[in-house]
Design a protein. Structure first.
Ligand SMILES: [Fe+2]
Ligand SMILES: [Fe+2]
Length: 345
């Protein structure tokens, strides 16, 4: 621990070939997250996106795709393009690290999860997934966090923002058909598609907060530029998906395997905290309550941002089935990123 503090920026820079260890860590943790993001977006694309050379491997699941298109008729394109974006994010971040003589993020040893066996998946990747989309517990409080003009999680860390879909926030839910049996009941299949529609913005709002949170501690201008250029594409994903999610048809369904019930409420309501039409970020307090409210991304507090993101994804159930070595590796990357300080490597 003390070693990092004693290393001068100049010496530190030499260690990582042009990048300070802190800057390298601020890029390596997102690179790992982007590998994980790409992994689950690829699973979504195989089943519900466009099948082409840009995002190859799947063959599409007609019943799941139809259920997704009930929510948004351009869903296949959006899933495909979001997947493509994530693949380029980790590819670029790792290539940049390597170009500076710094170690890239590598999760290949952890490609061990089963994933779906439903029609449409890439058969070569069954049993070789990094992430688990079949046991999700989804925190949909971002829905009201961005509609609330009097609370900011950075200023009100104990404030509880209500959930848009409370039943998704408890128990475990699948966002993809686990196998072909899951596509036989149209109501349950629509619930699976609706779960995906709320999982998309939930993930993307996380990235939309993470990048500005980390960027505040970058030392080199170019590292800052990378973080503030990728971050807003996560915001564009979030904005698109938060608009789409509001169109998930209201329904209640029970998972025939787990017995877990889910209810998607009608969000076409007058209440400003829930109204699906209010997709622009409502202004809220920022930095200090003596200042006027302002329309911003929130949270963006930098302390512990990387560990916070890892905890958020872990609590979501995205890594259920992963090994202790996986969590140890991700925790180390997060700790290193959170140790980075602007101007101090
Ligand atoms: Fe990304
Ligand atoms: Fe993303």
């Amino acid at each position: 621990m003390g070693v990092g503090l004693l290393t001068s920026p100049r010496t530190a820079e030499a260690i990582s070939g042009g990048l300070t260890p802190g800057d390298a860590a601020l890029l390596r943790f997102p690179a790992a997250l982007e590998i994980l993001e790409a992994d689950f977006w690829i699973q979504y694309n195989e089943l519900g996106g466009i099948q082409d050379d840009e995002v190859p491997g799947g063959s599409g699941n007609e019943a799941y795709t139809d259920a997704l298109e009930v929510i948004e008729d351009e869903m296949q394109d959006y899933i495909h393009d979001n997947t493509d974006d994530e693949i380029t994010h980790h590819t670029f971040l790792n290539a940049y690290l390597v170009s500076k003589g710094a170690a890239p993020a590598n999760l290949d040893a952890f490609r061990t999860l089963m994933g779906s066996t439903a029609m449409g998946v890439n058969p070569d990747l069954v049993g070789h997934r990094l992430t688990n989309l079949t046991q999700l517990t989804i925190d949909t409080s971002w829905w009201t966090r961005y509609r609330d003009d009097s609370h900011n999680p950075d200023l009100d860390p104990t404030h509880v923002f209500p959930q848009a879909v409370p039943t998704l926030g408890v128990n475990q839910h699948t966002a993809i058909p686990r196998n072909d049996a899951d596509t036989t009941d149209p109501n349950f299949l629509q619930a699976i598609a609706n779960t995906a529609a709320f999982h998309f913005p939930t993930i993307e709002q996380g990235g939309n907060s993470l990048y500005p949170s980390l960027a505040q501690r970058a030392t080199h201008t170019e590292v800052l530029r990378i973080l503030i250029s990728i971050g807003p594409t996560e915001t564009m994903h979030f904005q698109t998906w938060s608009d789409v999610a509001g169109n998930a048809p209201p329904l209640t369904a029970v998972d025939p395997v787990t017995g877990v019930s889910v209810t998607f409420p009608d969000l076409e309501v007058e209440d400003e905290l829930f109204d699906k039409a209010l997709i622009m970020p409502e202004p809220c307090p920022f930095l200090d309550r003596s200042l006027p409210i302002v329309s911003i991304i929130r949270p963006t507090k930098t302390e512990g941002a990387a560990m916070g993101a890892l905890t958020f994804l872990t609590n979501m159930g995205l890594f259920i089935g992963q090994s202790p070595a996986f969590f140890a590796y991700m925790t180390q990357l997060a700790r290193e990123a959170d140790k980075a300080r602007h101007g101090r490597g």
